[in-house]
Each structure stands twice: as structure tokens, then as C-alpha cells.
Design a protein around this ligand. Structure first.
Ligand code: EPZ
Length: 417
């Protein structure tokens, strides 16, 4: 196991290059299943979730190579429809692959991905959507067996705008006969990125990014080269780091359009932010509490920045209420922040934070990916020394996290325990 050792209390200055979006790359890798051609993902981040997805592709018979930032996938020899259960459990987003594996091979088998660190994470909307497209699904013994001789387009109404369910249904519908409508679809930028990728492959997807996505099925899809959109959650993490630690940052390869809810909040607490042609500059000029942070589906405040924003609220002047509306147990970072001197009370899905002048160094434990990032920011801003374990969570979604932070002046190092 590994941990960060951090000496806190220094401002952050400099430039940081934002990685391609983890939550865009993962569905693109699922989409690569749809073609026998060659797919190249440029600027692909070397993070654990991506490496696990690549391993699943190899188990399905795809040839892959990862040179520099280019991930190449060759699907000519692929023939296996069973997603390995150990990997499926490791990586919940492997469930996205059901749609593309069924579309490619006519069948799919996957172990039921259990709940995980942030909530129950049900997949009922994924399965009901696939059933509407004509997939026979048998759930037995912890496995999901899918069979479909012919996918047929349908109108699907999602009970909630689920990102994964929208993507899973898109990945099957592109090869269905006829037209599919997905109503109450998720509107996250990663959905539009997946649609752009699929359309480059020869698909016909319209309306991605709006509540209604329309797909006209096509008989085949070709290989494609593609560069995913920047990671808005990594960018948001660095913006919040700047607001917490002080100093001035320039984020390169960052799209402010996809971060309007966070940027609005940071300006409220008196950060100065300027964005143009793929860059975001931030100057932290004090910290007045943001009063209310309530997560909701895009374009609302992202749940993936809730923990980081809570860490910031802990050292703002005044009180803040944080409400987590998407996941049931996404407050694992609260007891760890309290260990650092934060003043937080939780009632159900709401956390009541009273700002303190600064946090104090402590040994803290990450319970999930974004909570780990939040605790790292808290430690960098705190007085004294902290450790953050275990880094396997952070490594799932942030590439070279400590290197980027160190280059900005943070005193952070990774040590094996
Ligand atoms: C995606 O997860 C992201 N992961 C998550 O990011 C992100 O937090 C989430 O969307 C919300 O934005 C990837 O894209 C790989 P959902 P997903 O289905 O698709 C309910 C990170 O840190 N729901 O939109 O699993 C569910 O319970 C990760 O990068 C159902 O009820 O999220 C939740 O309340 C964490 N039935 C809500 O929808 C279903 O079948 C949103 O979940 C599916 C979901």
C-alpha cells in the first residue's frame, strides 16, 4: 500500500496540463468493441480505471498497445463475450460494456457489479433500457446473461438522467435496426463526447447533451482516431486547490464551458477567474463561505467535486451546507476532515460546515476516489504534516497527481507503507 506524506501551508503557483477525461475515455473504450477496425485514443491517461478497462478488452480478444499517450485497440480477432468478473467488480463502469458487447457479439455475460464506495450504484435503468431494445436478460447467481439476435430501435424513458445508462443504451442502439429515442437522457459533456466518437465511426447519433438523444441504427462501424475532451473533474480539483492554498494557477487543456457551476461558486467566494481558448486562470483572493453547495445532474454542481468543495468550505469564513443528492454514502471524507480540525455535522444527505481559520495536519484515510483528492487538498492547505492513505483510490482517476501538485509548489511525496 502507498501513502502521501505532505507538509502543508504553502501557496500554489504555476501551470498544470489537464488530462483527458476519465469519464469520457471509459465509454470510448467500451465503444471500441463495436468495430473490427483499429481505434486510437490520443492523450489517453494512464490511470487504473483505464488500465483495468484495457485488460477487459484483452480478455475479450482485442489487441491493445499503449505507447506514450496513444492507446491503440485492434478488434479484428475479438470473439469472447464474457466480461471477467474480477475485473467487472474492480471497475463498476465495466457495466457500460454490456451494450457494445451485445451489439458486437449478440450476447454478453458479466458479474453483477456490487455496490461500492459511494452508494448502491444500481443498474436497473441500464437493464430496462437494453430490454426495450430487444435484449433477453437473465439475472442469476450474481451474473447477468444477455442474448439478442436482433437489436431493434425503441423509445426509452429514463426514470433519472443516469450517465451510465444513457451511454450503455447508446452503445447498443447505434447497431439496432431503426430509430431509438432516449428521453430524460444524461446531459454530461462526456455523453456528447461519446456521440462525437460514435459518429466519427459512422454512427448516426443526434441530440447528445440534450434531454433527448436520437439514434438511427447502422449496419457497421469503422475504426477511428480520437482525442477525448479534457477532464472537467481534474480541472475542478485544481481550481479548488488554488482557492484553498492561495497563489495563482493556469490550467491548460481546460474547458471552462463544462465547469460553469463550479466557477460560479468560486467567484462567489471571491476567487478571480479568467478563461479563454482552452485555458483557465485562477487567483485566490480570500475565502468567503459559499453558503450552499447542492449536487445535481449536469449542468448542476457535479457530485464528483462535492468532496473537494467540502474541504474548501472547511476553511472558508462563515458556514456552508453541502447536500449530496446523487449518491447515498458519499461523505466518507467527513470523519477524516474532522480529524484535521474541521467543524462538520452530518444529517442524512446534508453536511453543515462551520469554517475554521485553517486545518491541522493529521494521518487520514481515503475511502473513495474523489474523497482521496479532497483529503490531499486539505493536507496541502493545512498547517503541519499529514499522510493520506491509501492511494489506490486516487490512482484510479488522477494521473501523476503528486507530480503535478509538486510542480506547483506543494511539498508532497509518495511513500510505500
Ligand atoms: C457516472 O457514474 C460517473 N462515472 C461518476 O463518476 C459520476 O459521479 C456519475 O456518473 C454522476 O455524474 C463514470 O462516468 C465512469 P449515474 P454512473 O448512473 O453512470 C442512479 C467519478 O468519481 N441510478 O449517473 O454510475 C444512481 O443510484 C465517478 O469519476 C439508478 O437509479 O452514475 C445515482 O443516484 C463516481 N439506476 C444516479 O442514478 C441505474 O440503473 C446517478 O448515477 C443507474 C443509476
Amino acid at each position: 500500500m502507498e501513502k502521501y506524506v505532505i507538509e502543508g501551508g504553502v501557496p500554489l503557483y504555476g501551470e498544470v496540463e489537464i488530462q483527458s477525461a476519465k469519464n469520457a475515455v471509459l465509454p470510448l473504450l467500451a465503444a471500441a468493441v463495436l468495430t473490427e477496425g483499429r481505434v486510437v485514443i490520443h492523450k489517453c491517461p494512464r490511470i487504473t480505471d483505464v488500465l483495468n478497462m484495457v485488460q477487459i478488452l484483452e480478455e475479450l480478444g482485442f489487441a491493445t498497445s499503449f505507447l506514450g499517450g496513444d492507446l491503440t485497440i485492434d478488434g479484428a480477432a475479438a470473439a469472447n463475450h464474457e466480461i471477467p468478473s474480477a475485473l467487472a467488480k474492480e471497475l463498476r463502469s465495466s457495466v457500460f460494456m454490456l451494450g457494445s458487447v451485445i451489439a458486437r457479439f449478440g450476447r454478453a455475460r458479466i458479474a453483477y457489479p456490487g455496490g461500492c464506495d459511494i452508494g448502491l450504484r444500481p443498474i436497473d435503468l441500464h437493464l430496462s433500457g437494453l430490454r426495450r431494445l430487444g435484449v433477453q436478460i437473465n439475472e442469476e447467481g450474481g451474473y447477468i446473461d444477455c442474448v439478442c439476435s436482433r437489436l431493434t430501435g425503441a423509445e426509452i424513458v429514463l426514470d433519472c438522467p443516469s450517465v451510465g445508462a444513457t451511454e450503455n443504451i447508446m452503445l447498443a442502439a447505434v447497431r439496432a435496426e431503426g430509430e431509438t429515442l432516449i428521453r430524460n437522457a444524461a446531459r454530461e459533456p462526456e455523453i456528447a463526447d461519446l456521440a462525437n466518437f460514435l459518429n466519427r465511426m459512422g454512427a448516426r447519433v443526434y441530440g447528445a447533451g440534450t434531454p433527448t438523444v436520437r439514434i438511427e441504427g447502422v449496419p457497421s462501424l469503422r475504426g477511428v482516431e480520437y482525442t477525448p475532451i479534457p477532464d472537467r473533474i481534474e480541472a475542478g480539483t485544481f481550481l479548488i486547490a488554488s482557492a484553498m492554498c492561495g497563489g495563482e494557477l493556469v490550467l491548460k487543456n481546460a474547458d471552462a464551458e463544462n465547469l460553469t457551476s463550479l466557477i460560479h461558486k468560486l467567484c462567489e467566494i471571491s476567487c478571480k477567474i479568467h478563461a479563454d481558448n482552452g485555458k483557465i486562470e485562477i487567483q485566490s483572493r480570500g475565502r468567503v463561505s459559499p453558503k450552499l453547495v447542492e449536487t445535481s445532474p449536469y449542468p448542476g454542481f457535479p457530485t464528483d467535486l462535492q468532496a473537494q468543495m467540502m474541504a474548501l468550505a472547511c476553511i472558508c469564513r462563515g458556514s456552508t451546507v453541502v447536500v449530496e443528492n446523487l449518491f447515498e454514502t458519499r461523505f466518507k471524507h467527513v470523519p477524516e476532515l474532522i480529524r484535521m480540525g474541521a467543524d462538520i455535522t452530518v444529517r442524512g444527505r446534508s453536511a453543515f460546515i462551520r469554517g475554521v481559520p485553517s486545518l491541522k495536519g493529521a494521518d487520514v484515510f481515503a475511502g473513495d476516489l474523489r474523497g482521496g483528492a479532497a483529503l490531499t487538498l486539505a493536507a496541502i492547505s493545512a498547517e503541519g504534516q499529514s499522510s493520506v492513505s491509501d492511494l489506490s483510490h486516487i490512482d484510479r482517476g488522477y494521473s501523476a497527481f503528486e507530480f503535478k501538485l509538486r510542480a506547483l509548489g506543494a511539498r508532497i511525496r509518495r511513500v510505500r507503507i
